[in-house]
Design a protein around this ligand. Structure first.
Ligand SMILES: [Zn+2]
Length: 202
């Protein structure tokens, strides 16, 4: 970590701490806070577009995590291998925001965890309650758990479909290699009868 990055994190933490302690009513501050967009080079445009939907101090926190990905790569760190939006690092637990591990996975890994839907959920945390989410952690972990449940359900469906295809293929090869002509045509008929209603011919 460079001292610049250290300084940046410190500054971000201070901004958040300040905001939590005494929120200013000034319109200007509110404008800066809600509307100002961080400008940074080297961050993917699509990702930056999503980051801009957060309050300014949060934009800084997230951008900083993205910059850390370069650090990780320079140090030869491997992909974190995350399969869901749950990381065990301090940043993720503290802020409930995408961390450098999630971005490492997103930018260089096979799994794209940060879909538009997921971004929306992170952004909504602040739309609804601003920084109060950090004072009501149960609420946040509920949100995250909900995302996890959705991911898990999707994962289960994928596994079930793969398993059914695999078993069908095995059965086909078994009959193709060992069965007589009658068995083979019977199998094909049964397979078609079963699949036709699912494939919903137009
Ligand atoms: Zn992490």
């Amino acid at each position: 970590m460079t001292s610049f990055q250290h300084g940046l994190i410190g500054a971000c933490n201070k901004i958040i701490a300040l905001d939590l302690k005494r929120r200013s009513d000034s319109d200007y501050v509110a404008f800066e806070f809600r509307v100002k967009k961080i400008s940074v080079t080297g961050v993917d445009d699509d990702i930056l577009k999503e980051i801009h939907k957060f309050p300014l101090p949060i934009q800084k926190l997230i951008v900083n995590e993205i910059l850390f990905v370069n650090d990780r790569i320079e140090k030869g760190k491997e992909l974190p291998g995350l399969t869901s939006l749950e990381c065990h690092c301090t940043f993720f637990h503290k802020y409930m925001l995408p961390c450098k591990h999630i971005f490492h996975e997103q930018l260089y890994g096979p799994r794209k965890l940060l879909t538009i839907d997921v971004w929306n959920r992170f952004q909504q945390m602040f739309d609804e309650s601003g920084f109060e989410i950090y004072e009501h952690r149960e609420l946040v972990s509920f949100e995250i758990r909900e995302i996890d449940e959705i991911n898990k359900a999707a994962e289960n469906r994928k596994l079930t479909v793969s398993e059914l295809m695999e078993r069908t293929r095995n059965e086909y090869w078994n009959i193709e290699e060992n069965g007589n002509e009658k068995k083979k045509s019977e199998f094909m008929e049964r397979l078609k009868t079963c699949l036709d209603p699912i494939l919903k011919k137009k």
